[in-house]
Design a protein around this ligand. Sequence first.
Ligand code: ATP
Ligand code: MG
Length: 454
Amino acid sequence: MKMEIPAAVADILEKLQANGFEAYAVGGCVRDALLGREPEDWDITTSALPQEVKKIFRRTIDTGIEHGTVTVMIDKTGYEVTTYRIDGDYEDSRHPKDITFTASLKEDLKRRDFTINAMAYNPQEGLVDIFGGQEDLEKGIIRCVGSARERFDEDALRILRAVRFAGQLGFEIEEETKQAIPEKAAALTRISAERIRVELDKLLVSSHPEKLLVASETDILKYVLPEYDVMLRTPQNNPHHIYSVGKHCMKALQCVNEYCLANEIDRKQRSVLSWVMLLHDAGKPEMKTTDFAGIDHFKGHAEVSAKLAHNILRRLKFDNQTISLVTRLIKWHDYRFTPEEKHMRRAANRIGVDIMDLLFIVETMDVRAQNPETWEAKLSIIQKAEEIYQEILKKQQCLNLKDLAVNGGDLMREGYQAGPKLGEILNYLLECVLENPEQNQKETLLRLTKEKFQ
Ligand code: ATP
Ligand code: MG
């Protein structure tokens, strides 16, 4: 069989072979190329030792020499070239105690996690598929190479990777592999938060984030995201809703992912939006009350959700910017817009102009995951509110202190003393301008100041 590979990769393979070594593209890139997907990066596996690789190529970087990896630079792209290796005993559910280089491609493929990730290719020999990876790709199956129990014992992260690949590829986890998951899931507590974050994040932004439900069924979530398990166990008896809290949030997440795909939203924002949708109602279980008619209410849940999300994202070691964006959006996700200019200016001022665009998306997806009978009315309000907000932006109306036509310096030149009083005046003027944007002129504002404060 013949596979399209980039010229630079073909070049690296040829050079290694010309020097008497074996060399193949391997792993994720072979899998993706067979699926007709664009591989993120091309990894190469070779019988050459790192020092030998370094001798053959002009520009190399010692990425992980002790693990056998050298990055070969071709133009501005790096290609990881790794020596065939066998992982030694694993001591902490994650790190092999030692690794040994080997002359056997088969041994190298055997250490890899799933059959679909354990194929190698070069143009001379075609596909090397020892464990039935191609068949599993065709059947849409995630299956461990060898005994799933043993593979999960060696490295518990593979448990979460199985679900992540299921989400990215829309695959099912093969039965034996799936059965081993709940038996071994507890070892996930020994995996670093960063690694767990990476896998969860890739799953959430994937085309099948609902595979997170498989993570719940197989006991993974109780070790990595117990809050979401609680959400799944919280029904909502309320005319606005037709799903449990957890299912509702999952629907909202699926909606936002479709939206992101259709609108080419960048990776970072996709991540923010995904986590917002998944956790926007995380506080509902805690805040649930049931009235005399049996209807559930969740007053104050947005604030509590924001706090919980903050804790979760901190625990998963997200960067501060992501944590701040996600928690702010969750805090405001239930804000009811009044589609009038004045109200929208106040909303933008309170919520923050920097997150308004995202908030419209969040509120829309939240509605789309609620009772369809309520969509029309709710969506039309959000849409009108957004139109009005866009008008406000177009007219460049003042929404913040920094857009005010006077500043502290102007007031001091008028004889007002520096200090808290200045802040009070400026806030008063901002209130005036939010109410009447045409007042945002220096003369007018100074006159208003005199009228009020002298
Ligand atoms: P992606 O880059 O989309 O995350 P990938 O399959 O390339 O997918 P990487 O994490 O980049 O995944 O790893 C490259 C290859 O290394 C995998 O295809 C697999 O063969 C092997 N591999 C990675 N992590 C593990 C692991 N924890 N256990 C065993 N093999 C692994
Ligand atoms: Mg990769």
